[in-house]
Design a protein around this ligand. Structure first.
Ligand code: GLC
Length: 805
């Protein structure tokens, strides 16, 4: 590695192109050149309130505040067809020919096609019939406005064209399977002066205690506005497209057709805006459309008019892109593998923030809800970017806890509807993520942050919230000292094991034991201020859990997973299916529950039974038949998702465990296995630039096929694990520890990251004079006594040299 090279600037120029596209040289764009990808390859572009999903076909959907309950344009989840919601047509009025400026819906045979997915935007570049079009979709960094910036250029003769922006209104819960019913409540108006169609709905199909069933307006209005003069506007789908649609030939886009202009409350509401474009020979034209949303029609129109100009759109798009860049600039790595750098530095953290935290949406799942454990874990992505945002997420989740310590499994912003389950781990993630925040920032004041309970408005401190979660968990312990699994632990699909509160979870015991070590430390640091003796009590409980896990959970060569209510085991060698599960092996190591010999044994068992070319399987062998005593995990087809697939969220944890055990070969194997950039797309199917939720395991006839992209907890975890466990730069209670476990073929690596107000430039290099696992660290030329950097001065710039064996 060249020590002079600046850290930001992953160079992917040398990477061979894939069958459907390639990374741009700086890694921040993926350029799809063949739109017939095996599945939609999407981008999820969002700010904290508004967002859109768009695939390489141009299809997708848009939302405000909640990607399930407040979807603005129509969306049908059909990944095979991928045609819905928003289209941009070009009508050549001389030749009387129509095509779309993204493949959907017309699928013209472009002379040139590129879909550039970037961080905060997607651009379609097409050339057809001598018209070169550039269409960029983005979302303003703050405002609830989606931008469609368009540029047309003509090679050759002058052209008389028309550009037609088209959206189908949804304005409510999506997908809307009862369109004939839902459309009865929609209202549209055409505002000529604003060059905009504004739309709202007089019904929102949400049950609500406050308003009564479905008895309220959708709380937003949207305006679809043109940045150029409008020649004709249409508000009815049939009037615009004709009966029994031929998408390649919308009825209204033909010479001599009158536009009826049907707006109001009695139609099938869409917005189509037709804008004439005179393009001189060799000339260029700039324009576009915006989709602006606000609390009422006037607000939506006002917002639209602020942005509906090419220059305003350019400023907004550049601002949004710049904000992504500045967020992602704070924490960079540079390894001998540029694709890994592009993923860890840019794409995966973008995936975690844009899709998981802001949009809570992907092509395979439009959730809109906050999963109690899900978005809490995701929010750890902010720790090296803007830790205050992680703190706010912790506060938000604390406020979705009941006074008895239990929590919603998920809840919906906007409606505040939440799901009460008998899941037994959700509540503990509050303790987990708060401990991560404390180790990163050292700022104990978060423990005093007040938050109410769902059933008690009186605010209590975060420490109190965490303590109640612990107490609730302690109360759910079997007579042999293992926690009950209830309606599932991290594994949602283990949904039937413990409904009678007898079935136990070995993984949960390990997870809890790890947390107790952290929270004993918290109490030590508080000087037992709040609860004298609590630290010692938590440690005693930890030791009891460790003893119970090792007495009952050890199967001979690995840790068992759980018992049913009748105390029969899963994840044991005595089972024929589901004999070994990944999580109990990994967390035995991560939570320091396994004695050293067992730690090596269970990692060896992972290597032997679970490692595949796509990562570590969640369990093996897959269940072949539904088993109603285990739960819905057994109902997935064998090899799919949690049922014996690579479930990437858990597979990332396996990398941390391998690194902790200093198994550098396994670290290298698992990193390469999970890397989406090196796959054969026709077998893998999914996007090469983000992580999928799962990859089919060996029991599937389509082994190696990935799905559920964008909407996965692995996006936040993988970059963190690469930084903290592979490069080994890990926040601990004592300070920032340097403990790398580099893949054997790496000579070294570099990192830039903030640390408690200082900025660190870290260089890691192998040193043959040191034994494996040994490190020597210097900060600004001064050797550290150990491997941990404790105190730093705010504003300090430190150059850290780490040598490792
Ligand atoms: C889904 C859930 C997540 C759970 C995981 C494993 O991703 O959203 O909460 O941990 O599945 O079952």
């Amino acid at each position: 590695m060249d020590p002079e090279r600046r850290l930001p600037g992953t160079d992917l120029a040398g990477l061979p192109p894939g069958r459907y596209g390639h990374f741009a040289a700086d890694g921040c764009e993926y350029v799809i050149t063949n739109p017939r990808t095996p599945r939609p390859w999407a981008n999820v572009i969002a700010n904290p309130r508004a967002g859109l999903a768009v695939s390489q076909t141009g299809s997708g959907f848009s939302w405000i505040d909640n990607s399930q309950l407040a979807v603005l344009v129509r969306w049908g989840q059909d990944l095979a067809e991928d045609r819905s919601g928003r289209f941009l047509f070009l009508w050549d009025r001389d030749a009387d020919e129509v095509w779309s400026l993204a493949p959907s819906p017309c699928w013209p045979r472009y002379d040139r096609f590129a879909c550039r997915h970037g961080l905060g935007y997607t651009t379609f570049e097409t050339t057809y019939r001598g018209v070169r079009a550039t269409w960029t979709l983005s979302v303003d960094a703050e405002e609830t406005v989606e931008l469609w910036r368009l540029r047309l250029e003509a090679s050759g003769r002058a052209r008389r064209l028309a550009i037609v922006g088209y959206v189908e209104w949804n304005l409510g819960v999506a997908p809307a399977p009862r369109r004939e019913f839902q459309k009865l409540f929609l209202e549209t108006r055409y505002d000529e002066a604003a060059r905009a169609v504004v739309a709202g709905s007089h019904m929102w199909d949400l049950p609500s205690r406050r308003w009564g069933h479905w008895n309220r307006d959708f709380p937003f209005w949207s305006a679809f506005a043109a940045a150029q003069p409008v020649d004709a506007a249409e508000g009815d789908k049939g009037a615009f497209l004709g009966r029994y649609i031929d998408w390649r030939r919308p009825r209204s886009l033909a010479r001599g057709e009158e536009w009826a202009g049907l707006f109001g409350r009695h139609h099938d509401p869409v917005a189509a805006l037709c804008c004439g474009v005179e393009l001189p020979s060799g000339g260029a034209w700039d324009g576009g459309f915006v989709l602006a949303t606000a609390g009422d029609a006037l607000g939506a129109l006002a917002l639209a008019s602020r942005f509906a100009h090419p220059a305003a759109m350019d400023v907004a798009t550049a601002g949004a892109v710049e904000r992504w860049r500045s967020w992602l600039a704070t924490h960079r790595i540079e390894t001998p593998e540029p694709p890994l750098d592009a993923l860890a530095n840019d794409w995966l953290r973008y995936q975690a923030i844009s899709a998981r935290l802001f949009g809570r949406a992907g092509y395979y799942q439009q959730s809109g809800a906050y999963g109690f454990r899900d978005q809490l874990q995701d929010s750890q992505v902010w720790l090296t970017v803007d830790p205050q945002r992680c703190r706010e997420q912790i506060g938000l989740h604390a406020a979705h806890q009941f006074a008895d310590g239990s929590v919603y499994h998920w809840w919906h912003p906007l409606s505040e509807a939440g799901h009460v389950t008998r899941m037994t781990d959700d509540l503990l993630w509050l303790a987990f993520v708060t401990a991560s925040y404390l180790k990163e920032t050292g700022d104990l004041s978060i423990l005093d942050d007040p938050a109410p309970f769902l059933d008690d408005a009186k605010p209590a401190s975060l420490l109190d919230h965490v303590e109640r979660a612990f107490e609730k968990s302690f109360a759910r312990t079997s007579e042999r000292g293992l926690p009950y699994i209830g309606g599932g632990d991290w594994n949602d699909g283990l949904s039937a094991m413990g409904l009678e509160e007898r079935g136990e979870s070995v993984w949960l015991a390990q997870f809890l034991a790890g947390l107790l070590a952290d929270w004993a430390e918290v109490h030590k640091r508080l000087g037992d201020r709040d609860r004298p003796g609590r630290g010692a009590e938590l440690l005693a409980r930890r030791h009891a859990l460790i003893a119970a896990v090792n007495e009952h959970g050890w199967d001979g060569s690995w840790y068992r997973r759980a018992t049913r209510d009748d105390r029969s085991w899963i994840g044991s060698a005595s089972n024929t299916e589901g004999r070994i599960y990944l999580n109990p092996q990994v967390w035995a190591i991560l939570a320091d529950v396994a004695p050293p010999r067992r730690a090596s044994q269970c990692l060896a068992a992972v290597r032997e039974h679970l490692v595949t070319p796509a990562g570590a399987l969640l369990l093996a062998p897959a269940y072949s038949e539904p088993d109603e005593t285990i739960g819905y995990i057994t109902r997935y087809a064998p090899g799919l998702r949690e049922n014996g697939g690579v479930y990437t969220h858990a597979a990332t944890w396996a990398i941390a465990a391998a690194a902790k055990q200093k198994d550098a070969e396994l670290v290298a194997t698992l990193l390469a296995a999970m890397d989406p950039t090196n796959k054969d797309s026709d077998r893998y199917w999914a996007e090469p630039y983000v992580l999928p939720g799962n990859v089919d395991g060996p029991a599937s006839p389509l082994e190696g096929r990935a799905g559920w992209t964008w909407y996965t907890g692995s996006a936040a975890w993988l970059p963190r694990i690469v930084s903290e466990w592979v490069l080994g730069v890990r926040p601990t209670w004592e300070g920032l520890r340097f403990d790398p476990c580099l893949p054997p073929h790496w000579p070294g690596a570099r990192m830039r990251r903030p640390w408690r107000g200082a900025s660190l430039e870290i260089e890691i290099a192998r040193d043959s004079a040191l034994a494996g696992g040994e490190v020597a660290v210097e900060a600004n030329g001064v050797a550290l006594a150990g491997d941990t950097l404790a105190e730093v001065d705010t504003g300090a710039e430190l150059r850290i040299h780490v040598r490792c064996g």
